[in-house]
Design a protein around this ligand. Sequence first.
Ligand SMILES: N[C@@H](CCC[C@H](N)C(=O)O)C(=O)O
Length: 277
Amino acid sequence: MKFTKMHGAGNDFVLLNGIVEKIDDYSKLALKVCNRHFSVGGDGMMVVENSDIADVKMIYYNSDGSEGEMCGNGIRCFSKFVYDNDIVDKEVFTVETLAGIQTIWLEVENKEVKFVKVKMNKPIFDPKAIPVLCEGKNVIEKSIEIDRKEFVFSTILLGVPHTVIFIYDIKDIDINELGHKIEKHSIFPKRTNVNFVEVKDKNNINVYTWERGAGRTLACGTGCCSSVVIGNVLNKLSNKVMVKAEGGLIEVEIKESFEIFMKGKATTICVGEFIDI
Ligand SMILES: N[C@@H](CCC[C@H](N)C(=O)O)C(=O)O
């Protein structure tokens, strides 16, 4: 089975062409290929499939074998992959995901994809839809107790559930410990991704990521967008923000009625063939 390894802002993935490769059990395969010691390794696995309702379909699995409805860094890599491999021969196209159809714009120079822009899902604030076991119309600036310490958090659904916590200095936070406990906290029946956000100014933030189903990662595209949405709602951020994730930069723009655009790079690391799969 042929594979391509790619990353978007350091969030790394194994990509497979499911149109030509036969795959029986995606979850088992993701667990196997994402293992960093016994396989190629990655935060997630993506498979290309044909779609009846869009130009192409993206299947996404986290490294723990759970399926994710959407992946922001992943879809940028996926879009470069389908263009580079002539699966899609357009620079503007649509991708079917479990979170709906996403529109892609490639910035191409001499057949080389320089940047990928994605129109993301609109944010959903309703606690029942996210889901979060919490009263009220939204989950903005609520309080959660972890190890007898109070944290102010906000949660939205942006394809996948995202919890955002604004902090002063990441040095004060144990990302692994807190991320793990918040991801699996009983108020999140479908778990949650966790984003720790330092605001530099209204147009610049640093985001540190704990991902549902993948743990500590160097970036999360849907997480960067969620951080900007919540920062904007709380009037901490403008509507066009440069997000510095640990593995790279992502630009997020919020237009009228919460239309969100994410732009960033997608990089191919290597291509290869699995011998024993
Ligand atoms: N890395 C992602 C998000 C991937 C899915 C997520 N871990 C989940 O299942 O909620 C991104 O870049 O958006």
